[in-house]
Design a protein around this ligand. Structure first.
Ligand code: NAD
Ligand code: DAU
Length: 350
């Protein structure tokens, strides 16, 4: 079996669902169920004995030790993190606790477990750390995309905490020989994404007639990848990645935020027309995010050439699929937009 952490969140849940759709290998899912963790994301597995959700913290050493000892997974895939940049600006402490200290505790538990394995099991064991392109900082318009050798230059509390975790993972390989792999991926979108992130937030606001808040001039660029393509990339790295290596994953789909929001409005105009007029009328330019990175872009040549991975979705096909998913899963969004989430919207978008 494999141990997945953070598997009730957006990417983790997509990964677990895809894994069990294509493999019979069981998944032990350790998730703290923070505001971003959601049992509903795993509802399709309710009767599936191959999946078990354990509610707990990656920083709980006793719990992780016990899980490793009892279940003896052949791999650990670490998705667990605080993941939202704006929240990291309002309150960085949780990001330090989970992304840095939590990853450290997890690495230590895994190291102890790995040291006790038989040589054959040691050889096939993997620790895969899921990270982000934000560790590389911000690109100017004319700069080449981030490659695996781009220097780290994180700018937000979130990206700094992810950079720190990447460094720990690297050090545990070089110092202790732990068989690690790291992936650095660009912006994901798709089903089950919490409506605090750009695409689901804009969809949720448009469908409820609220303003669509575009930060600054809307010209910041992100490189978008459909979440299922990210999950496939992680599976491929787990299967054939070289130990101690990092792999950038991205969809070659750079778009300004305004292009994304216009694209969403146009799709909704077609699929769910509003008698009051185009959804574009709801767009508002609001105060910029402090320290807002201007541009991210991923050079994914290494994973493409070395491991033969390529995204199956274009941005347009992935977005169409995503919009259709949100339109047909209104209750999923409704169940999330609880009091606590409404408080966040009120504080942040005041
Ligand atoms: P998410 O916020 O949707 O989910 C995170 C999950 O981790 C939640 O289920 C949460 O309950 C769980 N979690 C948080 N703290 C925990 C802890 N201490 N112990 C156990 N579980 C804990 O995040 P996501 O967007 O699914 O991102 C998953 C991973 O992928 C993160 O490491 C993130 O940095 C990385 N990543 C995200 C993107 C993106 O665009 N969303 C892109 C590249 C990399
Ligand atoms: O690049 C990978 C990263 O992508 C991941 O590591 C992070 O976990 C993930 O949250 C994401 O970070 P971003 O900050 O790029 O994503 P977010 O959806 O928050 O914002 C995308 C862009 O849209 C960014 O330039 C800010 C802008 N934005 C965002 C929100 C929520 C707006 O203009 N308005 C908004 O209301």
């Amino acid at each position: 079996m494999i141990l997945v952490t953070g598997g009730a969140g957006f990417i983790g849940a997509n990964f677990v669902l895809d894994w069990l759709a294509t493999s019979d290998e069981a998944v032990l899912n350790l998730d703290k169920l923070t505001y971003a963790g959601n049992r509903d994301n795993l509802a399709a597995l309710a009767q599936d004995s191959r999946h078990r959700l354990v509610v707990g913290d990656i920083g709980d050493r006793a719990l992780v030790d016990a899980l490793l000892q009892t279940h003896r997974p052949r791999a650990v895939i670490n998705f667990a993190a605080e993941s939202h940049v704006d929240r990291s600006i309002h309150g960085p402490a949780a990001f330090i606790d989970t992304n840095i200290v939590g990853t450290f505790q997890l690495l230590e538990a895994v190291r102890q477990h790995w040291n006790g394995l038989e040589p054959e099991d040691q050889q096939r064991f993997r620790f895969l750390h899921v990270s982000t392109d934000e560790v590389y900082g911000s690109l100017a318009a004319n700069e080449p995309a981030f490659s695996e050798t781009t220097a780290y230059a994180p700018n937000s509390p979130y990206s700094a905490s992810k950079a720190a975790s990447d460094h720990l993972v690297r050090a545990w390989h070089h110092t202790y020989g732990l068989p690690v792999l790291t992936t650095n991926c660009s912006n994901n979108y798709g089903p089950f994404q919490f409506p605090e992130k750009l695409i689901p937030l804009m969809l949720h606001h448009a469908l409820t007639g609220k303003p669509l808040p575009v930060y600054g001039d809307g010209a910041n660029i992100r490189d978008w990848l459909y979440v299922g393509d990210h999950a496939a990339g992680i599976r491929r790295v787990l299967e054939a990645g070289r130990l101690g290596e990092t792999y950038n994953i991205g969809g070659d789909s750079e778009r300004t935020n305004l292009q994304v929001v216009h694209g969403l409005c146009d799709m909704l105009d077609r699929l769910r027309p509003d008698p009051q007029g185009s959804y574009r009328r709801l767009i508002r330019f609001v105060s910029d995010r402090p320290g807002h990175d201007r541009r991210y872009a991923i050079d994914a040549r290494k994973i493409r050439t070395e491991l033969g991975w390529a995204p199956a979705h274009s941005f347009e096909s992935g977005l169409e699929h995503t919009v259709a998913w949100y339109l047909s899963h209104a209750t999923w969004v409704e169940r999330i937009t609880s009091g606590a989430y409404r408080d966040w919207l009120a504080t942040h978008y005041q």
